[in-house]
Write a protein that binds this ligand. Structure first.
Ligand SMILES: Nc1ncnc2c1ncn2[C@@H]1O[C@H](COP(=O)(O)OP(=O)(O)O)[C@@H](O)[C@H]1O
Ligand SMILES: [Mg+2]
Length: 492
């Protein structure tokens, strides 16, 4: 293609329409948890040591603020920071920087609130503030900031710090639109959501908190880190670290302890925000900041028996493009070239996790020379799985003995044993591994037993005065004979 000579061409201004642009910015798909976390990312990048999240329930006038004692901004820097797209995503970032697109402050805030005020103070500067008011932008059609501070108090708070920034959300319509302050139900729901936000932060920033780099206060209460890998539990199994992508991506697998090996309280805490099953998978960190918590990246499905698997992947911020890190920092995709290696590693960890999951009873020490006697035996017929009662089991000897004198009682005892011991777990595991491999009743064997049983039932029924048609109708409605309708014509 030939280079375009722009000087020869007619041009026309096509500035984005404010109202539709606002809605686009609002619709990126944050939720309140990810939005608050993105604001805190900026505090961390600005080298804050302390971060305070505060809010006050006032119905639809509820506000939320994130304050930090980071480096702060002067007037020019603040205006630059308030611009959507304030930094070029293609530029190299400081290797500790958690930002990327120059959008987070704005998109995260607008996703929840219609008013975003930032007040900031750089060391040796006076504090400065500016507000984005989406209603104002909408009504004027102009992308102009307003010099508005919702409460003088924030200025006072900042003056107590050497430097720092407060981000304030007002008109949080995604959360508290039209709620009255005295609406108790709405308040309860709001507090529940805030609790979720808190737990999300305990998880996302756990490494920073653990390393003593930051302290986060939620309504003035310091939060404690939530570590997904139960490192302080002796039964946690750690896999050797493997390096991927020229050694800059580190991957490390963990098999968490079986439920019986840890305290109930620990088990409950470890289940995290979404529960044990949902929290299995990869945990992707970018510069120690958790992006994804429990995701198999499309490589596997989440399944009950793999729930003890959690695998850490650590990325630097130089791989954002290759790993397709999105604006919300909640999506990541491994580059095609490394998927197989990551998958192979994960398969080893998962295999071990199933072992731990299945053999919860392993802790009972076997007596030497004493063999374990199962009641159920899973075995393969052709390529399908079946479950068989162990004919050698001592209970069967006893029941056979009892059957001589009390046949009805003996059968009842036998049925009870079968009912109570059906190997549901084993069936469940096999079913979710390869669903089509569970055998159907009497599949793949000689059907003489079935045929004979059907015949003797038929004889009994006709002897009792049922017509041939009636007898067949009764039999075909009994499991497992319903699978053998083709035998009906042989009955006589
Ligand atoms: N709490 C803060 N302290 C200091 N500077 C900040 C703070 N929040 C935002 N900034 C400045 O605003 C810029 C834009 O932030 P943001 O929109 O989140 O994009 P990004 O984080 O991708 O750079 C940041 O790069 C930073 O320079
Ligand atoms: Mg940011």
């Amino acid at each position: 293609m030939k280079a375009i000579d722009y000087s020869l061409l007619e041009t026309v201004s096509a500035i984005p329409e404010a109202s539709s642009m606002i809605e686009t910015l609002r619709a990126i798909g944050y939720n309140i948890e990810t939005a608050v976390a993105d604001i805190i990312d900026n505090s961390v990048s600005a080298n804050a040591k302390h971060i305070w999240i505060n809010f006050e329930w006032l119905g639809s006038a509820t506000w939320l603020s994130v304050k930090d004692d980071g480096s702060g901004m002067n007037g020019t820097e603040l205006i630059q920071a308030m611009k959507p797209g304030s930094k070029n995503p293609l530029h190299d970032r400081d290797d500790k920087d958690l930002g990327r697109f120059g959008l987070g402050l704005k998109t995260a805030s607008f996703s929840q609130a219609r008013k975003l005020t930032v007040i900031s103070k750089k060391a040796n500067y006076n504090s400065v503030y500016w507000t984005w008011d989406l209603d104002f932008v909408n009504s004027t059609g102009k992308w102009n900031l307003i010099k508005y501070l919702p409460d003088e108090r924030f200025e006072k708070e900042l003056s107590d710090l050497h430097s720092g920034t407060i981000v304030i959300w007002n008109d949080i319509d995604r959360l508290v639109k039209n709620f009255r302050q005295d609406d108790q139900k709405a308040l309860d729901k709001f507090l529940l959501i805030m609790e979720q936000v808190k737990r999300h932060l305990c998880m996302v920033f756990h490494k920073f908190i653990e390393q003593g780099k930051i302290k986060i206060y939620f309504q003035n209460e310091e939060i404690t880190p939530w570590n997904p890998f139960l490192l302080d539990e002796p039964s946690t199994q750690i896999f050797p670290e493997e390096k991927v992508q020229q050694g800059i991506v580190k991957i490390e697998g963990y098999v968490l302890p079986h439920k019986s090996k840890i305290s109930e309280e620990k088990y409950k805490t470890a289940e995290g925000l979404k529960g044990w099953n949902e929290q299995q998978g990869f945990y992707i960190y970018r510069n120690d900041r958790l992006l994804l918590a429990g995701d198999w990246l499309g490589l596997f499905r989440k399944e009950e028996h793999y729930k003890l698997t959690r695998i850490q992947i650590e990325l630097p911020n130089t791989l954002d493009t290759e790993w397709q890190i999105d604006i919300k920092k909640s999506v990541a995709r491994p580059p095609l070239a490394f998927r197989e290696q990551i998958k192979a590693y994960a398969m080893k960890v998962r295999a071990q996790a199933v072992e731990v999951y299945r053999h919860k009873g392993k802790s009972v020490k076997p007596i030497i020379g004493q063999k374990f006697i199962p009641l159920w035996i899973d075995h393969k017929r052709g390529d399908k799985w079946f479950y068989k009662i162990n004919r050698e089991h001592p209970i069967l000897e006893k029941i056979k003995g009892q059957a001589k004198n009390e046949p009805e009682k003996a059968i009842e005892v036998l049925i009870r044993f079968i009912e109570e011991t059906i190997p549901t777990k084993s069936i469940f595991i096999k079913e979710s591994e390869v669903p089509e491999l569970q055998g159907k009743p009497f599949e793949g064997i000689d059907h003489e037993i079935i045929k004979n049983t059907m015949q003797s039932m038929y004889t009994n029924l006709t002897d009792q005065g049922k017509s041939s048609e009636q007898a067949k109708a009764i039999i075909i409605n009994i499991e497992p004979f319903n699978n053998f309708a083709h035998f009906l014509e042989f009955l006589n």
